[in-house]
Design a protein around this ligand. Structure first.
Ligand code: FAD
Length: 515
């Protein structure tokens, strides 16, 4: 093979969470010390801030941190991280003040499957409790304010599954140190001003404000919503998805913890509002909160007033930042020799913390299928584009699910969300099927779908979606007494766990002190 064809230099532009995750994944797999011998360089601006939000994750982050060689204790210490065992959705099923307006999804433990799928039995009244409390123990663990493990369990493992809440700025700093010191990433500080391309359209270099040209064989655009390389320079169009997901702004605020020993919820709280929803995330040193809303359905002033009411900010002194959000994704994510990862690639509202999840998966995929030479690049790019687009479409369906099966009709935002014209056909088709049979693994054939059977089960039945088992199909589910016994066993296990697990804040403090 002609060695000039090999891809030896990768330049990542942008040093937010996406940039540093990409740098770490690429360097871990391909760095100059490995046989692939690729030099990974990251350039970021000191003058253009990172987005500074993105504090909720999903369990896949554990695999990545472990794979990258980051100690969990160090991560918890340095990023003010706490455990996240799921999301509590308040006022999503019905408007506030009505009973049963809250539910848990998605707790991160899979529904118990020792018996098989308990869902049809729950639908037929095998238990009185909520879906989540019937099929899993973790809702009770969350309600009791407990952590997912104790100090006897090794790093990255738990008695129940978990992800983290983290301080985004501190996380980027940890990844920076790790990438540079442990994985050999070259780190540059400069403002990129322009992008230089050859006659084929490939990028040859980026030029900094200081006039320096930074050359590479492959460029990774991690410049956030600006999408400086893929969007602005290569002109790849943005596919707007606001016709499906209406929220286009967020107000964000950081709130001090009430006291040093106040309990910290081990789940994200998502509270539905008249024109969107508010996230509330407990870190060890503060809370991170934000109101995600649709500017077609409310004014910025009204949104701020709703948010301040939630925060109980009577004096109006709290500093609140308004962030415009571009909802959708690029037509392609890898064009010529440029790959976009992060907000430059696509974004949907953070209801299920999908940002870091998708970007981390895309970064890992890029490292895993890294083209051996330039002629392989278009084939690899095609695979990457297909997989990432599929992931985004699945994420959009899943987020839309939360809105379109809600019983809320109290504001135009909720009414419009249930208008079938705003629901993708792919989702409508599945919902039509699930009216008569519970979802099954066959509905989720691809691993690039991001959200799977368990995620859908928790949302559907947490939100009281009606699956009416027809007389014929309920005849398939003939193990009712066994199902009832299994549900009782789960309930007993839940009680044991509640007696054994430490309080969440206590666990975090122990890990920070002794971990
Ligand atoms: P940014 O953080 O914006 O970083 C861009 C980088 O590019 C910066 O380093 C900047 O300096 C650099 N840059 C830009 N232009 C130039 C230039 N010309 N020259 C040099 N450098 C340049 N995700 C989750 O997973 N969970 C969540 O709970 C979550 N909540 C969110 C809430 C909101 C309101 C929003 C908007 C997003 C949320 N996200 C969440 C997504 C999350 O913010 C992103 O996953 C994450 O921060 C990645 O951002 P980024 O690195 O792509 O971009």
């Amino acid at each position: 093979m002609d060695s000039s064809e090999q891809i030896k230099r990768v330049l990542i532009v942008g040093g937010g969470t996406a940039g540093w995750l990409s740098a770490c994944h690429l360097a871990k797999k391909l760095a100059s010390s490995s046989p692939a011998g690729v030099q990974v360089t990251l350039v970021e601006s000191e003058n253009i801030p990172t987005i500074g939000v993105g504090e909720g994750t999903v369990p896949a982050i554990r695999d990545s941190l472990r794979y990258l060689g980051i100690s969990e204790t160090e991560f918890i210490r340095e990023c003010d991280a706490t455990f996240k065992q799921g999301i509590k959705f308040a006022n999503w099923v019905r408007p506030p003040g009505t009973s049963g307006a809250d539910y848990y999804h998605h707790i991160f433990d899979y529904p118990d499957n020792q018996f098989g799928d308990l869902t049809p039995y729950w639908l037929q009244g095998a238990a009185d409790g909520s879906y989540v409390d019937t099929v899993a123990v973790q809702g009770a663990v969350c309600d009791s304010g407990l952590g997912p493990k104790d100090m006897t369990v090794p790093e990255y493992e738990g008695h129940t599954s978990y992800a983290y809440h983290l301080d985004a700025a501190k996380f980027a700093r940890l990844l920076t140190r790790h990438g540079v010191k442990k994985l050999g990433v070259k780190h540059l500080l400069a403002d990129v001003q322009s992008v230089l391309r050859d006659e084929s359209g490939d990028i040859t270099a980026v030029k900094t404000v200081a006039g320096e040209q930074l050359e590479a064989d492959l460029f990774v655009d991690c410049t956030g919503f600006a999408s400086l390389l893929l969007g602005q320079s290569l002109g790849v169009k943005f596919v707007d998805k606001r016709d499906v997901l209406f929220a286009d702004y967020a107000l964000a605020a950081q709130i001090p913890n009430q006291s040093k020993d106040a309990p910290i919820p081990s789940f994200t709280i998502s509270t539905a509002q008249e024109s969107g929803w508010i996230w509330d995330i407990g870190l060890s040193e503060r809370r991170g909160t934000g109101y995600v809303y649709s500017s077609d359905h409310t004014s910025h002033d009204r949104a701020e007033s709703v948010f301040r009411d939630y925060l109980d900010d009577k004096t109006g002194d709290l500093s609140i930042r308004r962030i415009p959000m571009r909802v959708g994704y690029r037509e392609t994510f890898w064009q010529n020799n440029c790959v976009a990862i992060g907000l430059s690639q696509g974004f949907v509202e953070p209801l299920e913390a999908t940002g870091i999840l998708v970007y981390d998966a895309a970064a890992r995929m890029l490292a895993d299928i890294f083209p051996a030479n330039k002629s392989a690049m278009p084939i690899v790019a095609k695979q990457f584009n297909q997989a990432v687009q599929y992931s985004w479409d699945c994420v959009i369906d899943f987020i839309k699910l939360h809105y379109c099966i809600s019983g809320r009709r109290d504001h135009a935002f909720w009414v419009d969300n249930c208008d079938t014209r705003s629901i993708p056909d792919s989702l409508q088709e599945k919902l039509a099927l699930w009216k008569f049979q519970p979802p099954s693994a066959y509905d989720f054939p691809s691993k690039f779908g991001i959200f799977n059977l368990a995620n859908y089960q928790y949302v559907l039945y947490g939100m009281e979606f009606e699956t009416t088992l027809s007389a014929g199909s309920s005849g398939w589910y003939t193990r009712m007494s066994e199902a009832v016994s299994r549900i009782q066993e789960i309930s007993m296990f839940s009680k044991q766990l509640l007696g054994a697990l430490p309080e969440h804040r206590v666990l975090i403090e122990r890990i920070k002190k002794y971990g």
